[in-house]
Design a protein. Structure first.
Length: 89
């Protein structure tokens, strides 16, 4: 497997002269990162009332389980509360 700039660029035999980080994947599974399009929170916190360090804990939790991107979402709430969450997050 050839990785360039943190992205899988090639699977299989690496052609001569190609430079980049190579990883021997024999006997391993290779899968794309997961992008979660609806995350209300995690590890006991939600985005509506999470402090910055708690937001970091939420994101770190998802990253540690294979999520490479996420979309913070809110639950049903008055529009002013949703706007405040968007501004803060």
């Amino acid at each position: 497997m050839l990785v360039e700039s943190g992205v899988i660029a090639h699977l299989g035999r690496i052609p001569e002269g190609i430079k980049g980080q190579t990883i021997d994947t024999r006997g391993l599974y290779v899968a794309p990162g997961f992008i979660d399009l609806q995350v209300n929170g995690g590890v006991g916190h939600n985005f509506e009332d999470a402090a910055p360090d708690e937001i970091r804990k939420i994101v770190d939790f998802y990253v540690s389980h294979g999520t490479t991107g996420l979309l913070p979402t809110t639950v049903t709430a008055p529009i002013a509360g949703i706007r405040a969450t968007i501004d803060r997050v």
